[in-house]
Design a protein around this ligand. Structure first.
Ligand code: UD1
Ligand code: MG
Length: 453
């Protein structure tokens, strides 16, 4: 086959995922900020499999919406009758397709493009392939037996296996590749004469053999094909994914004092010479440019951090936060949907929401943009070089001109002209000696009370 042969993927995701004990479909649970299913789709695409059909349960609306959004197609498996029955449910969707299909289970978040490439390469030998792995603990997996030539002899499901078969640790990962028309001929012929009364995908090689097609076996690392069936397996997959992401970041020149405390998202972009201090969490959609430093205990999501910027410790960047070069965002500062231009600083206890901060502006401690009136969001604009005194409340919509000064504690409700000074607070009143007189009076009264007891 030439590399121009069309490829299609089938992802089986109609299982109930009972052991997750969740109202949400198993494949929609997230690993590193992306649904398990999204990881499988991305790995398939990275292997050159563009067209993807996901087999879903009838009530899995959320899953189908996600698949649509990711440019995939869905099929529905009306009744839960086994993996072979599920694969067959993709038949109609792919009726017009002639090329190679690769099927996989949808609950393997750590699967890589290399696994699918290995499956496609093995298929070229015989016309059908499966992917296997050596399991440390083969427990519930289907066991794979090879013949003298290293081709598949048979797969025995755990529930159908005798004592002898159970000692085999070569296991079925659930990835099959075959020419589409032949594949659906075989899935259409499956029966359910087994311990679980299910239509097993693993019986496909038996029907292929009747057509004179042997099944080649590709072997991959167990770590890449472990499935998620429970919350604890989900947590283990998350840990393994984090280790992968951290290793890739370190290799790309990112500095981390303690990588094990830094949580990344599947799409986090960290350039070389970024420094990440411990206990930092990245939600999806973050880009950090070279030379920036993210200090300890910060939380970032949907944000962009420019070259040489300093964020944290204890800072929060929310979606739409864009920090240009050398911006400083300090402790207990939250930034949302706000561009902060070059060299501007907000170092302490501040909320900047739906705002624009001009280059070199200085935002004093405790400054708040009041962006929400209970119904709508409003914008605040702070001009370049403006100086916002501590504890200023900016009631949006409002603009502060470039270079203006705002006195500490001001509540700004009207626009401020460039280079003006605005102070909005009550006059300071001083009463000389008042405190001393007050204390003397109070002490005398207290003493009189004590005596009369
Ligand atoms: C399956 C394999 C086993 C393999 C193991 C790897 C079969 C018969 N057995 O067993 O050889 O070692 O996976 O993890 O294939 N699904 C549907 N519809 C169904 C049944 C399952 O869509 O009717 C989907 C599930 O959502 C899941 C996948 O197929 O993503 C695997 O199903 P599961 O029930 O977990 O199969 P296992 O018993 O683990
Ligand atoms: Mg399983």
């Amino acid at each position: 086959m030439t590399i121009t042969t069309p490829l299609a993927g089938i992802i089986l995701a109609a299982g109930q995922g009972t052991r997750m004990k969740s109202a949400r479909a198993k494949v929609m649970h997230e690993v590193a900020g992306r649904p398990i299913l999204g990881h499988v789709m991305a790995a398939m695409r990275a292997a050159g499999i563009e067209r993807i059909v996901v087999v879903t349960a009838p009530d899995a609306e959320e899953t189908r919406a996600y698949v649509r959004n990711e440019g995939g197609e869905s099929a529905i498996q009306e009744t839960h009758l086994g993996t072979g029955h599920a694969a067959n449910a993709a038949r109609e969707r792919l009726a017009d397709f002639s090329g190679i299909v690769v099927t996989t289970y949808g609950d393997m978040p750590l699967v890589t493009a290399a696994c699918f490439k290995a499956s496609l390469a093995a298929r070229e030998k015989t016309g059908l392939s499966l992917v296997a792995f050596r399991a440390e603990n083969p427990a519930a997996y289907g066991r794979v037996f090879l013949d003298g030539e290293g081709l598949l002899n048979r797969i025995v499901e755990q529930k159908d296996a005798d004592e002898g078969a159970r000692t085999c640790n070569l296991c079925n990962a659930g990835i099959f590749a075959a020419e589409a028309k032949a594949f659906f001929r075989w899935t259409g012929a499956l029966g359910n004469n087994n311990a679980q009364r299910e239509y097993y995908l693993t019986d496909v090689p038996l029907f292929a053999k009747r057509d004179g097609i042997a099944c080649a076996v590709a072997t991959v690392d167990e770590a890449d094909v472990t499935g998620v069936n429970s919350r604890s397996e989900l947590a283990r997959a998350e840990a393994a994914m984090q280790d992968r992401l951290r290793a890739a970041a370190l290799d790309a020149g990112v500095g981390m004092r303690d990588p094990s405390t830094v949580y990344l998202s599947f799409d986090t972009v960290l350039e070389a010479d970024v420094q990440i201090e411990p206990f930092t969490v990245f939600g999806p959609g973050v880009v950090v440019k070279g030379g920036a430093r993210i200090r300890a205990f910060s939380h970032l999501e949907g944000a962009e951090v420019g070259r040489g910027a300093i964020v944290g410790p204890y800072a929060r960047l929310r979606p739409g936060a864009v920090l240009e070069e050398n911006v400083h965002i300090g402790n207990f500062v939250e930034v949302k949907n706000t561009r902060v231009q070059k060299g501007a600083k907000a170092n302490h206890l501040t909320y900047l929401g739906d705002a624009f901060v001009g280059a070199g502006a200085n935002i004093g401690a405790g400054t708040i943009t009041c962006n929400y009136d209970g119904f709508d969001k409003h914008e605040t604009e702070i001009g370049a070089g403006a100086f916002i005194g501590s504890d200023t409340t900016l009631v949006a919509p409002v603009r502060v001109g470039a270079g203006a000064y705002i006195g500490a504690g001001s509540v700004i409700t009207r626009d401020v002209s460039a280079d003006a000074l605005v102070v909005v607070r009550a006059e300071q009143v001083e009463k000389p000696g008042w405190a001393e007189k007050f204390r003397t009076r109070k002490k005398a009264r207290k003493a009189a009370k004590e005596r009369s007891k």
